[in-house]
Design a protein around this ligand. Structure first.
Ligand code: 5AD
Ligand code: SF4
Length: 472
């Protein structure tokens, strides 16, 4: 099927003053800047691999590039503001260098479409969340057809395995589903990424095997609601069956997955996580808020009690499971009493980590009909309050872990200190170990391998540990 021609929308907005040379005559250097979530990073990596096949070299600065791509995020207004800033800053260079191509891909491209061409004459190409693999062909069409917008939803998930640019890290990110069938009233994602679509399991397994063969010891499965994996396939696949399938890959040491919706976490999934030793005992399951009144306005489709029931079911099977949450503060009509319910939820659960966001109205979403009536100062104070609560909890909890042993998957050097190595527990604890042992071994050589350690100290963001000698 010719996806490209079936799904393109041409904006026919030629700018008559510029007369760019055909793309193939120019040196081909691409600079990509990626905003937002890990799914965007995964999409950037695929787009860059396609561009490499088409002869583009990646460069590390926009100044050297003759193609600049912004892979954009729309989840909060602040993210879009940053991108608008980038587009403003590049305008002058574009007017002095008509051969420079500017492309906008990702969620903001999908949301704003033609509006981006109208507002920013410096933009040549707008490519949506299902069309980015076609960037090389779209670039070829620019000289003849002028500026283009390609934002239709296609059949990306079934279109085979695209090659990707993998970092040399221990982890390989693997998108397993895209889009979202929920309609949380604050969220732009269902608009920007469309309906939920799962990839067939054999393609995922093939990609995971290739990643492991290339030296990655861990895979992290990605999806907006990853625990809903398989629903659109209709062949009985679900996240539990997928985990089982990947677990059989020899030399794969760890499997993680993000992000889950509380309603899709089945007992089968929890039982499978508990049973399979390579599967991380870690769940990122955003609660968003602790007040039933606000949860209803958010359209989250569970109650506080329902969320706590999920926590109970998870801990019954995996007493040490680490739960990570997202929290939105300052949703319309959130009163002090509602906010207190979020605080008490945090205290009752004791999350291993929390991302806290101030509500940001998004165009076209359900909540946009509600007045954004919590003042910014109140949002900021609530945000800081929750962050303080979380850090205090982490500090106190980490202190109880002194003396405990963990299997750490060694990821590499610590970011701030090349005399230490950094790794993760089977949950998601960030563990640092002195790089050189007393007998002179360099533990960096254990990168991608499991190392047994004992915790000796902590801050509120990291744990310090010593290696434990293997017995026998
Ligand atoms: N305002 C603030 N935070 C938001 N999120 C999603 N949409 C918004 C919004 N409009 C947060 C949610 C989600 C995370 C990825 O971003 O907490 O889980
Ligand atoms: Fe957005 Fe809700 Fe879907 Fe998550 S589950 S992507 S918050 S609509």
């Amino acid at each position: 099927m010719d996806l490209l021609h079936n799904t393109l929308v041409s904006a026919a907005m030629n700018s008559s003053t510029l007369s760019p040379q055909p793309v193939q005559q120019r040196s081909r250097k691409v600079y990509m800047e990626t905003f937002g979530c890990q799914m965007n990073q995964a999409d950037s990596d695929i787009a860059l691999a396609r561009l490499a096949e088409a002869g583009y070299h990646e460069v590390s600065s926009g100044d050297e590039a003759d193609l600049i791509i912004y892979n954009t995020c729309s989840v909060r207004d602040g993210a879009e503001g940053k991108i608008r800033g980038r587009l403003g800053a590049i305008k002058q260079r574009k007017s002095s260098d008509p051969n420079l191509r500017i492309a906008v891909m990702g969620c903001m491209a999908q949301r704003a479409k033609e509006e981006l061409l109208k507002t920013y004459p410096q933009v040549d190409l707008v490519v949506g969340t299902d069309q980015f693999v076609h960037i090389p062909e779209l670039l070829e069409r620019l000289p003849e057809e002028g500026r283009l917008v390609a934002t239709n939803f296609g059949d990306f998930e079934n279109s085979g395995n695209w090659s990707t640019r993998r970092s040399d890290g221990v982890n390989a990110w693997i998108p397993v589903m895209r889009g979202c069938n929920y309609n949380c009233t604050y969220c732009i994602v269902p608009t920007t990424r469309g309906r939920e679509k799962s990839r067939p399991p054999h393609l995922i397994e093939q990609e995971a095997r290739e990643a492991v063969a290339a030296g990655h010891a861990q895979v992290t499965l990605l999806g907006q609601t990853v625990d809903a994996y398989g629903k659109t396939l209709g062949d009985g696949s679900n996240l539990a069956t997928l985990l089982r399938r990947l677990h059989a890959i020899e030399d794969l040491k760890r499997i993680r997955f993000v992000t889950s919706h509380p309603k899709d976490i089945t007992d089968e999934l929890l039982d499978t996580m508990a049973e399979l030793p390579k599967v991380a005992k870690h769940l990122h399951v955003p609660a968003q808020c602790g007040s039933n009144r606000i949860l209803r306005l958010m359209g989250r489709r569970y109650t506080r009690e329902g969320y706590l029931d999920f926590v109970r079911r998870a801990r019954e099977r995996m007493p040490d499971v680490e739960l990570l949450t997202d929290i939105i503060v300052g949703f319309p009509r959130e009163s002090d009493a509602d906010f207190q319910e979020t605080r008490t939820l945090m205290q009752e659960v004791g999350f291993a980590g929390a991302y806290v966001f101030m509500y940001s109205p998004r165009p076209g979403t359900g909540a946009n009909n509600l007045a954004d009536d919590v003042p910014l100062e109140v949002k900021k104070a609530r945000c800081n309050d929750i962050l303080g609560l979380q850090l205090a909890h982490q500090e106190a909890w980490y202190r109880t872990l002194h003396g405990r042993e963990y299997e750490v998957l060694v990821e590499g050097l610590s970011k701030n200190n090349d005399q230490r190595i950094q790794g993760r527990s089977i949950g998601n604890l960030n563990i640092l170990v002195d790089r050189f042992t007393a007998d002179g071994r360099d533990l960096l050589q254990q990168r991608g391998q499991l190392l047994r350690v004992r915790i000796r100290d902590n801050t509120n963001l990291a744990l310090y540990a010593d290696p434990v000698q293997a017995h026998g």
